[in-house]
Design a protein around this ligand. Structure first.
Ligand code: HEM
Length: 182
């Protein structure tokens, strides 16, 4: 009888620990990394949940589906300044330029989930619709190839500073296969 109660109690404790952990940290279905920068994501219905991390105290960024270098990409950039995270939604206006999606007549579609800067590493989590109503953003087809740009800036909390690292990947968001495209 006592054994049953102990077993029952330990099961309850384990369940409680599991549910607390899942409340505290989002688990992602897929992840890859390159030169210490990593991208993790899950496809949740018509929403993409993203975690991007890089060895910087400046900005970290992800871009989706450019037509040429940075042009026409849907960018989300974020940084953590004095413990407070900020993200911006940008659009690639040129091969080497981007500008505020909202200023270009689009909408801000990314939603900040969390941002942490710890030990020189910045991690930003956000969600975004796969098919936003934004006239600038293109629909993301999770079953096809998605071109994903990753970049991070140097240690300054400014979205204006250029990247210290940037790379282009071809990713299948539903299976998780990712290969470096450049
Ligand atoms: C913050 C302001 C940014 C500036 C001023 C900037 C500027 C530039 C410039 C001048 C180039 C061409 C020269 C080079 O290759 O270094 C370039 C290329 C590139 N940028 Fe940016 N960039 C910015 C943000 C971003 C962001 C947020 C991403 C991705 C998340 C990104 C991804 C890339 C990639 C992947 C390339 C290489 C493209 C290719 O050669 O195919 N950039 N950028």
């Amino acid at each position: 009888m006592l054994r049953k109660v102990v077993l029952g109690l330990s099961g309850f404790v384990a369940m409680f620990a599991l549910s607390t952990t899942s409340l505290l940290a989002t688990e992602y279905a897929h992840e890859f990394s390159d030169k210490k920068m990593s991208l993790a994501w899950s496809v949740n219905g018509d929403t993409l949940a993203v975690k991007v991390s890089a060895p910087t105290e400046g900005w970290v960024g992800v871009g989706f589906n450019p037509t040429d270098k940075m042009k026409d990409a849907n960018f989300i950039l974020g940084y953590v300044k004095k413990g407070k995270a900020k993200i911006i939604d940008e659009f690639g206006t040129d091969k080497t330029k981007h500008s505020s999606d909202k200023k270009l007549g689009g909408t801000v579609d990314a939603v900040l989930v969390s941002g942490v800067e710890e030990g020189g590493v910045t991690t930003i989590e956000f969600t975004m619709p796969l098919n936003s109503s934004d006239k600038n953003d293109t629909k993301i087809d999770v079953n096809g190839d998605t071109i994903v740009l990753l970049a991070y800036g140097a240690g300054r909390d400014s979205f204006k500073s250029k990247h210290k690292y940037r790379a282009t990947f071809k990713v299948n968001l539903s299976t998780g296969t990712a290969e470096k495209a450049k």
